[in-house]
Design a protein around this ligand. Structure first.
Ligand SMILES: NC(=O)c1ccc[n+]([C@@H]2O[C@H](COP(=O)([O-])OP(=O)(O)OC[C@H]3O[C@@H](n4cnc5c(N)ncnc54)[C@H](O)[C@@H]3O)[C@@H](O)[C@H]2O)c1
Ligand SMILES: [Zn+2]
Length: 364
């Protein structure tokens, strides 16, 4: 069975590529002495995958508390985290009990945050059910909720005991969500694995039809993220590389006000294209490389420009303003993670605003 071992200074856990139907065999050894497991899910992940997991937990004599939320980013909220904690405490949830996240990145971030703070930290198991959560949010221990001042501004690092990754669960995921998660998968290839990019490119017409290829791609992409978070657990330096396309992407997302017009991964695919164009302008990469990425995104059906989107105040001035609001901005200068070709990136700041404007205007 495939696995990725995440070895940190004070922590160690595995991402195990195993069928959800057998997950009990792999997770039960991680229960402490506690008798209760709380599963946090949303309606969609619960609808498809909760019953079997609940039955398996009951079979190994665990009490099960189910917390099922309506889907959406709105769940990443301090009030909701607090309600969950009260709910759990009212049911005598103890320090040695376990929380399982069964869902996408929203559920994983929220459940991980609850697990980090209830009783000052309890056992946490993550079962990611979206492509984004499998290749990205379940790796590296970041958890948290949003505030009116910005996304993920409250949170904690909380490493899970184990992550169970079953790529078969992606068959029930809506195609649009699958594609949006795929952006992060490709992003990892662009950051540090040119061979993976070539593999994805050769298989672009098959990847969503052939589970073996998708599984392979998820594994290889996750390895890139795993290696980076192992080197920089608390995001002090190279973990920033994971933000390729995100300085532009976050601004684009903010422009559309997170109203569903554009998913995160759809904004980031445009953001990655902009990062390549900017890198080209300052001679970090060449047109052939930018074109190869664009062709790949076009082939799989990811957005590379705004042609099918409403205007929504789309101007270079607005985008630059939004980029300056990004939480990663330090002393007024916008930081960019830019490609130095395919499979290598670096952090750049102090880039002339006129050049950034020029790049943006090519896309408007
Ligand atoms: N912690 C991190 O390091 C990190 C990294 C990247 C993103 N994130 C966070 O992840 C979140 C986005 O995660 P997401 O894209 O997984 O969104 P999500 O959790 O909202 O899931 C997307 C949709 O898919 C549904 N769904 C989930 N699994 C399903 C399945 N197997 N079948 C059918 N439907 C299913 C959900 O109900 C939801 O409607 C954001 O809040 C983002 O901030 C965190
Ligand atoms: Zn992202």
């Amino acid at each position: 069975m495939k696995k990725i071992e995440i070895k940190l200074k004070n922590d160690q856990y595995n991402i195990l590529y195993a069928p959800l139907s057998k997950s009990i065999d792999y997770i039960k050894s991680y229960f402490l002495n506690g008798k209760t497991v709380a599963i946090i899910a949303d309606n969609n992940s619960a609808h498809h995958y909760l019953n079997k997991l609940e039955k398996d937990l009951l079979d190994v004599n665990q009490n099960v508390i189910k917390i099922i939320l309506s889907p959406g980013e709105k769940n990443k909220d301090l009030t909701i985290a607090s309600k969950i904690i009260e709910d759990l405490l009212s049911q005598k949830f103890e320090r040695t009990d376990t929380i399982i996240a069964l869902g996408g990145g929203v559920i994983g971030d929220l459940a991980g945050f609850v697990a980090a703070i209830i009783h000052r930290g309890v056992n946490f198991i993550n079962i990611p059910t979206t492509l984004l959560s499998q290749v990205d949010s379940s790796i590296g221990g970041k958890t948290g909720v949003n505030t009116k001042y910005g996304k993920n501004l409250i949170g904690s690092f909380k490493q899970p005991e184990i992550v169970i990754c079953d790529t078969e669960v992606l068959t029930t995921l809506p195609k649009r969500e699958l594609l949006a998660g795929y952006t992060e998968l490709v992003k990892h290839a662009l950051i540090n694995d040119v061979d993976l990019f070539n593999y994805l490119d050769v298989n672009s017409s098959e990847i969503f039809k052939n589970n073996t290829i998708l599984q392979d791609a998820i594994y290889r992409s996750s390895l890139v993220k795993a290696e980076i978070v192992m080197k920089d657990v608390l995001e002090k330096d190279i973990r920033a590389h994971l933000n390729l396309g995100h300085t532009f992407g976050h601004a684009i997302e903010a422009l559309y006000k997170y109203d569903g017009t554009l998913l995160h991964g759809e904004a980031v695919s445009i953001g990655i294209m902009m990062a390549f164009s900017l890198a080209e302008k300052i001679s970090l990469c060449n047109t052939t490389q930018t074109e190869a990425v664009k062709k790949h995104f076009d082939n799989v059906g990811l957005k590379t420009n705004f042609s099918e989107l409403p205007n929504s105040g789309l101007t270079s001035k607005n985008l630059i303003k939004l980029m300056k609001n990004d939480k990663k901005v330090r002393s007024g200068s916008i930081n960019f993670i830019l490609p130095k070709g395919i499979g290598s990136v670096d952090i750049f700041s102090g880039i002339d605003e006129d050049i950034i404007k020029e790049v943006l205007e090519e896309y408007l």
